[in-house]
Ligand binder design. Structure first.
Ligand code: SF4
Length: 376
């Protein structure tokens, strides 16, 4: 049963004392419901502390990414599932939970289930929690399975390292993976998805790691979600990566209360572009369990997209808004039907259809741009 609509005027902001109780309560919820527990690096928490001090409450954008809000306990959209993108049915290698093959030309490899910090909105938390319970992944063993599998699928041209966060691996493991892949006869392209730079720039402190990324000619895709994540420490690492000619990109979710306004997205994209990081796409959060605090109706997603594309210069217009789904990534142009009474949207891609349960408008409380951009 959906909770009643909330409106900014009817809800008092969460004060730090109440937040401490919410954090404690969340530890129990995470254990019982198999969500990722709180994990915040000292670096990121310092930014959150600054935000709370400036705002006087805990509804700020960075806080919202890492700590639970009241809505996390109380608001559910209905039709929420554990594994919307269907990772498990695409784990095609017997004995492995680290290899996901969904698209013909690329394979996802998850060499670790660990991340530098945990994101409240993480869409893979069900799979990651299961892997945490099963114990640490043995990198060499899974890599051996990956190499054997790649030998059977010549159409694969790219290996995407994701997770968990591959850049939290010890250097020797990362080296083993990258050098093994580079030595394969068909030499797949390598892409790495990471949020470690937002959480802990010191993850990139070792020049040998940066040299390794450059030597493997990787594409690095960061998941920055808010412009205040781009600070001097982050820019310093980006400079070092650029100096080594590493290709840098960003890809991020549109998150209610974090960045759900054209002004926030524009600031993030422009700050990254100034740092020579190209934004590839913005994705709609998946309807997984307990995701309601971060989701919004597609109509509002499209309104944000339109506000950006009509006001943006040409270099930013190539940024795509996508929704990941069991049939692959779908976009606005893939919509073939909408049932507003039932709250569903049907997408069709390459002959396959998927019915998406849209987020109910009555639960949507848009983020306040003055809070999300509190520095002005
Ligand atoms: S870094 Fe990525 S995989 Fe890890 S918790 Fe955040 S969103 Fe999930």
């Amino acid at each position: 049963m959906a909770a009643p609509a909330l409106s900014p005027a009817s809800v008092a902001p969460t004060l730090p004392a109440e937040q401490a109780l919410l954090d404690a309560r969340f530890a129990d919820l995470a254990r019982a419901e198999r969500l990722l527990p709180l994990k915040v690096t000292a670096f990121y928490q310092a930014k959150i502390d600054e935000e709370v001090a400036a705002l006087g409450h805990t509804e700020g954008p960075l806080h919202r990414t890492a700590h639970p809000t009241r809505e996390r306990f109380a608001v559910h959209a209905g039709h929420e599932v554990a594994d919307w993108v269907d990772d498990r049915s695409n784990m095609r290698v017997t004995g492995s939970d680290a290899i996901i093959h969904k698209y013909p030309d690329r394979v996802l490899f998850m060499p670790t289930s660990l991340c530098a910090g945990h994101c409240q909105y993480c869409f893979r938390q069900d799979v990651l929690t299961e892997q945490h319970e099963a114990g640490r992944t043995r990198v060499a063993e899974e890599l051996g399975r990956l190499v054997a599998y790649l030998g059977t699928v010549p159409e694969v041209r790219e290996v995407i390292l994701s997770g968990g966060d591959p850049l939290t691996l010890p250097l020797r493991d990362l080296k083993l993976i990258l050098e093994t892949l580079r030595a394969l006869p068909r030499r797949p392209a390598i892409r790495i998805h990471t949020r470690a730079l937002a959480f802990a720039p010191r993850t990139f402190a070792d020049p040998a790691k940066l040299d390794l990324l450059a030597a493997a000619d990787v594409r690095l895709v960061f998941h920055f979600v808010h412009p205040y994540e781009i600070c001097d420490a982050v820019r310093g690492v980006l400079r070092e990566l650029r100096r080594r000619d590493v290709r840098l990109y960003n890809h991020f979710p549109l998150l209610r209360g974090v960045n759900d306004h054209a002004a926030v997205i524009a600031r993030l994209v422009e700050d990254l572009d100034d740092a020579r990081v190209r934004t590839l796409s913005v994705y709609v959060p998946e309807p997984i369990r307990y995701s309601a605090p971060y989701r919004m109706p597609l109509d509002r997603v499209f309104a944000i997209q339109d506000a950006l594309t009509t006001g943006w210069p040409g270099w930013a217009n190539a940024i795509r808004f996508t929704l990941d789904s069991p049939v692959g990534k779908v976009r606005r142009e893939h919509i073939v039907a909408r049932d507003r009474a039932a709250g569903t949207v049907t997408f069709r891609r390459e002959g396959q259809s998927i019915v998406y349960p849209d987020f109910p408008a009555m639960l949507d409380v848009a983020g306040d741009p003055a809070t999300m951009l509190w520095r002005g």
